[in-house]
Design a protein around this ligand. Sequence first.
Ligand code: ATP
Length: 306
Amino acid sequence: MRNIESPAVLLSSVTKSFGPVRAVDGVTLAIPRGQTIALLGPNGAGKSTTIGLLLGLLPPDSGQASLFGHDPGQAVRRGRVGAMPQEGGLVERVTVRELLTFVAGTYPAPLPLDRVLELAQLTGLRDRRVDKLSGGQAQRVRFATAIVGNPDLIVLDEPTAALDVAARREFWDGMHGLASQGKTILFSTHYLDEADERSDRIIVIDRGRLIADGTSDEIKRVVALTTVSVTVAGEAAWLAALPGVRHLEIRGDRAHLRSADPDATVLALARAGAVRNLEVAPADLEDAFVALTTKTNLTTKTKEIV
Ligand SMILES: Nc1ncnc2c1ncn2[C@@H]1O[C@H](COP(=O)(O)OP(=O)(O)OP(=O)(O)O)[C@@H](O)[C@H]1O
């Protein structure tokens, strides 16, 4: 009974250090079955280490990881988990079909080969040797090996890193099909638009710590600053003193104001007759990500003058 109720992924105060580097520092999270989760964080934040811990590839220094209520190694051996590492060699001198047939044979109930080839956009490459593939094609073979066992949990470390724009779109269409079958999907990415559009929930890790966990909208709300932009002629520093304005950036003849009270800012601009080409844009995920992962709070994107 316990395993039916258990979340797909459970990490409890998991910590992992490499020498003096604390790569994962007390991370606790639960991923219910059927969710698609994006794992975000700057380079070296601890994403791959977190994935290694939850797959049982790395032993934690302290804390615990479980998948579907089992020890990760046990869940992997039962074929409940398919994983795609960030990089990794493929066996040489075999064709795509031979490799996937071999991997399928290690699982109790694999997907039909044609379905896997279709999901990974490899149908036309089935008889190509895997050591003759381009980087993006090899990435798709790694993805195919992750799903061939028809796992309940699919863990993908930067799955679209080597894919061009069209291949990324097709990849996500395939993932959507798997998600709609109730699979749990966890993927790390540096593409914030992917996290925004393709996940039910976003987890942000920085310096080994979980610093945000919520829907894309919830995370965007972390930075409640709206950008108000106008075209200005001449001196513009006075705009920084308008109500609500926290930051001002001038680019060419455009002034971009980050405002905590956009209504008041727009009203004051109107009173001053400075509304040429007025634009109002809510905070996006990139704003939230930068705000969350830098101590300087938005100063990497805007010049703070107040
Ligand atoms: N095997 C290892 N030996 C020593 N240090 C390691 C090892 N693996 C990771 N680290 C260090 O642990 C920290 C977290 O690394 P990790 O690869 O988990 O980050 P990441 O968020 O996946 O980064 P990226 O986005 O660059 O792939 C980094 O400081 C990294 O240098």
